[in-house]
Design a protein. Structure first.
Length: 427
């Protein structure tokens, strides 16, 4: 029986595995390495975050993006966007050098088993582990507007479903959304020879400003500190103090998870976008209907009226929603009894060590944003997560508490080993 099973081999899973291996835990890591980055991002995309804020985490600090770029002869510097392809290669390199092997088989079920968990793979093998962490990335949580639900994949898709946008060359494509994914997808479509338009409910688009120099005077640094999620004190708190976010009341945490670091385009994309992509801003999607090999969209206009748009394909760049119910690989009985965040939240309530109300079951990545804030939506959050989560795993292993299916009707739980109660609230 392994001490820890890590399900997921993206930035969070790999960082956790590196810390667990360094701590001497017996470890099994499952997942296709950097799968979301390799399979679900169009060619030509760039990281929105700064390279220095995009490291995966290992305790020695020997496997940073900076070390990788030096070894492979390219620059990863402040103020210069890094291609997603280069970051993906970095993740593969990190896995090879900092993680003791990745089993790329797909996990189809995680269920309680004795004093731990049984992890079943697609080919039928079952592995036992005393503790488990689900670091499954964002793909289980794809969000598509309900109005598109009845359309076939040939007519409507999510932005994460396209590795190659050249298939839309010559076609009229409508992109829904106002964030970086929508703006960059629309721009890449235009550059690939498609005829894109953007439709967004927002009346105006938000654009990030170019980053300030890293070396600045003390007064300017104090007024607008740098952080892994941008400049300014609010960004600094979300980036560098997720532990403080977790201490806030549930209503405040829910508001932060919904609104902090909202949709905005990268500064380096703006010129490329504005020269090529027309937009219908302040327009909401009323309905979508397949007709004549294309799609007819009915939109609500800013003035309260309606208009119709005919298009060949609709791409919803509408993000991801953390929702425990979408984790089909998690045993149904267990999933239904895990305590979720207060106020109708759909993510698990977590201890300071990222442990759920089921002893020994941990979460990482997007599902933890309602507990620790918006940093968990970005690669930068992996560093905060890895150390604390592995500390929580080691604490649980010392406690040696058997895994039992919890009863669903408990309003609160005590964070294992924390010495203080964790109320059931939005994380």
């Amino acid at each position: 029986m392994y001490d820890l099973a890590v399900i997921g081999a993206g930035p969070y899973g790999l960082s956790i595995a590196a810390h667990a291996a360094a701590a001497g835990l017996s470890l099994k890591v499952f997942g296709r390495t950097m799968a979301s980055w390799r399979d679900h991002m169009p060619e030509g995309m760039f990281l929105k975050s700064e390279p220095w804020a995009s490291h995966l985490s290992d305790p020695s600090g020997a496997h940073t993006l900076g070390h990788f770029s030096e070894e492979h002869g390219f620059e990863a510097v402040h103020g210069r966007p890094l291609p997603v392809a280069a970051f993906t290669e970095y993740g593969m390199w990190f896995a090879e050098h900092a993680v003791p092997g990745v089993d790329e088989r797909t996990v189809v079920r995680v269920a309680p088993a004795g004093n731990g968990f049984g992890i079943e793979t697609a080919d039928g093998e079952r592995v036992l582990a005393r503790t488990a962490v689900l670091a499954v990335g964002v793909m289980p949580f794809v969000t598509v507007p309900a109005q598109l639900a009845g359309l076939p994949p040939t007519l409507a898709s999510h932005s994460s479903g396209h590795r190659d946008l050249s298939c839309f060359r010559g076609l009229d494509v409508t992109v829904l959304g106002a964030g970086q994914a929508a703006l960059e997808t629309a721009t890449l479509l235009a550059e690939q020879g498609a005829r894109p338009r953007l439709v967004a409910r927002r009346a105006r688009l938000n654009w990030n400003t170019p980053p300030e120099p890293l070396q600045r005077g003390p007064l300017r640094t104090l007024r607008t500190p740098h952080s892994g999620l941008g400049t300014g004190w609010s960004s600094w708190v979300w980036s560098e103090a997720p532990w403080a976010v977790r201490q806030l009341p549930g209503s405040a945490r829910q508001h932060i998870a919904r609104t902090a670091l909202g949709p905005a385009g990268a500064w380096w994309l703006r010129d490329r976008y504005e020269r090529r992509v027309p937009a219908l801003l302040g327009h909401g999607l009323r309905s979508a209907e397949a007709r004549g090999g294309g799609v007819v969209l009915r939109l609500n206009t800013p003035g309260g009226g309606a208009m119709t748009v005919e298009t060949d394909h609709v791409i919803a760049a509408t993000g991801f929603t953390p929702d425990l119910a979408r984790l089909d690989l998690l045993d149904t009985s267990l999933r239904r009894t895990i305590i979720t965040t207060a106020g109708g939240g759909r993510a698990p309530e977590l201890s300071a060590g990222f442990e759920s109300s089921c002893p020994g079951l941990f979460f990482a990545g997007l599902l933890t944003a309602p507990s620790f804030g918006p940093a968990m939506r970005f690669v930068h959050g992996a560093t905060f997560t890895a150390h604390r989560l592995v500390t929580g795993v080691r604490r649980r292993l010392r406690a040696r508490t058997a895994v039992r299916l919890p009863r669903p009707a408990t309003p609160a739980f005590v964070s294992p080993g924390s010495g203080s109660p964790g109320s059931v609230r939005k994380g």
